[in-house]
Design a protein around this ligand. Structure first.
Ligand code: CDP
Length: 220
């Protein structure tokens, strides 16, 4: 059973829009531990490349951006070079390019180092694609969230609509399916379910049900 004074590391992996960040944020709150959204780091580097008109296919230039960027999390905000980029990293253009950026081993090396440093400091829940497999293979708990592409597309559509983005459902489903394919088939740290992870199919389940399920496992 997890006691609040112990240091704990929880890994949450899974495909795009499976509910990882929504669930992880609530679990972090309930357990009073840090939440680290590792996808937002890859998104921040992608955003900076786009803002600087760097060709995403130009690996050397992308690596250079990753080396020379400052990424921080403070009070639920993500900062890129000291500016909040919470909404900018959710733009469609970033989503369409992030999987290419995250394929680059040197970019991953930089961000994994940052993720380990952040996670080693205090109890944390991290969500991403390679947390349980590569970043923290010794995590205390590993979860792998999945849902049907339709459900994931619908959730992301609603989420972006609510944030005021002008979005199209079919395009979103296409985007997340394409991104999943790149994430699953890349050479370095592909999206896989770690053998010791607990898989949760979130299709048709409420957020509260999934949170309760996870908390029960951790507190058992
Ligand atoms: O929120 P969503 O599920 O759409 O994606 P995200 O968690 O923001 O991650 C965006 C992209 O970053 C993923 O599609 C991966 O290409 C990459 N990523 C990764 O390679 N490794 C991670 N640990 C997290 C994200």
């Amino acid at each position: 059973m997890y006691k609040s004074k112990e240091k704990i590391l929880i890994a949450v992996d899974g495909p795009a829009a499976a509910g990882k960040s929504t669930i992880s944020k609530i679990v972090a709150n309930k357990l009073q531990i840090n939440y680290i959204d590792t996808g937002s780091m890859y998104r921040a580097i992608t955003l900076k490349c786009l803002m600087k008109n760097v060709d995403i296919e130009d690996k050397k230039a992308v690596i250079d951006i990753a080396i020379n960027s400052k990424i921080d999390f403070k009070e639920g905000n993500i900062y890129l070079d000291d500016k909040i980029v919470n909404d900018a990293i959710r733009e469609e253009l970033v989503s369409n390019n992030v999987a290419k950026v995250s394929q680059i081993p040197e970019v991953r090396e930089i961000l994994v180092k940052l993720q380990r440093k952040t996670g080693e400091n205090a109890s944390s829940i991290l969500d991403g694609r390679d947390i349980g497999s590569v970043v923290f293979p010794n995590a205390d708990y590993k979860f792998f969230l999945i849902a049907t592409p339709e459900e994931r597309g619908n959730r992301r559509y609603k989420e972006l609509k609510e944030k005021g983005f002008d979005v199209n459902l079919d395009e979103i489903i296409k985007e997340i399916e394409e991104r999943d394919l790149v994430d699953k088939t890349r050479k370095v740290s592909p999206l896989i379910k770690p053998v010791d992870a607990i898989e949760i199919d979130t299709t048709g389940k409420t957020i509260d049900d999934i949170v309760e399920y996870i908390i029960n496992i951790i507190k058992k």
